[in-house]
Write a protein that binds this ligand. Sequence first.
Ligand SMILES: [Zn+2]
Length: 123
Amino acid sequence: MHEGSITSQIVENVLREAEKRKAKRVLEVHLEIGKLMFLNPEQVHFWYQMLTKNTILEGSQLLIEEKPGTVKCPKCGYEGDFQYVDDPALHMPMPTLNCPKCDGTVKIVSGKDCFIKTVKMLI
Ligand SMILES: [Zn+2]
């Protein structure tokens, strides 16, 4: 479950920032998560609630924005969204590293990142 470790990193970062600014409470945390992180937002919410208990983040609102990934093909120069294939085992479309134009192998440009966009705090 990598949601737990990623969420704890996020919480630590927000806490550090809040301490630096001597915040009394953190009201809202806005996250941007790349689709290729394969994080389950529900799990992130769950861990967030667990990890913020008894901290100044307790009760704050967590907003999660999912960012689509981008790929680039070194062969034909295609740049854009992933090609998705339906995975019958998972019942959901999974991104592949096949170029939708030439069937070459694409490189991931973005979507594997996760960062804190904004934090609202009470100072
Ligand atoms: Zn291509």
